[in-house]
Design a binder for this molecule. Sequence first.
Ligand SMILES: Cc1cc2nc3c(=O)[nH]c(=O)nc-3n(C[C@H](O)[C@H](O)[C@H](O)COP(=O)(O)O)c2cc1C
Length: 149
Amino acid sequence: MYQLIYCSIASPGLHPADIKAILNTSRNFNSANGITGCLIYYNDEFIQILEGKKLTVKKMYEKIEHDGRHFSVIMMSEEEADERIFSNWAMAYCGFNGEANGRRNFLFEQNLIALSELAEKPTQTIKLFFHLTKLMLEGELNDRAKKPN
Ligand SMILES: Cc1cc2nc3c(=O)[nH]c(=O)nc-3n(C[C@H](O)[C@H](O)[C@H](O)COP(=O)(O)O)c2cc1C
């Protein structure tokens, strides 16, 4: 079993329908190919963890890397692991885009907390995944890539 985490920035003009299409493709392909994982989308940034056989995950990442719907795709971690974190999820998803709005923000946060509780063992990989998510929420994940001086 292999786990890979990357982050990226959504291409300008990415629409909610594009996210839906990504999730549809992902859930179909992933469930047929033994890939599980989680995709977080927050104010034009993505973090994704992919889990599965090494070769399958690597091939998937190569495709994702060249997908025009995002850019600045940066691998943050890849490693062998004993167990899946998102074993029941062809691609769990948690997303939020737009102005801070009490109710939607609250739901997003609740979903993130629920996701973080899915991981029974606090492995280094899951810690990194949620550490990156925290940086993303604080606007410090892709700061330089998004706003070149
Ligand atoms: C942020 C992001 C995450 C993606 N995650 C997956 C995924 O988990 N599984 C998947 O099959 N495709 C995923 N895709 C879509 C792939 O990049 C690609 O479009 C898809 O595999 C179909 O490729 P093909 O038309 O060459 O077969 C993702 C795309 C983006 C932009």
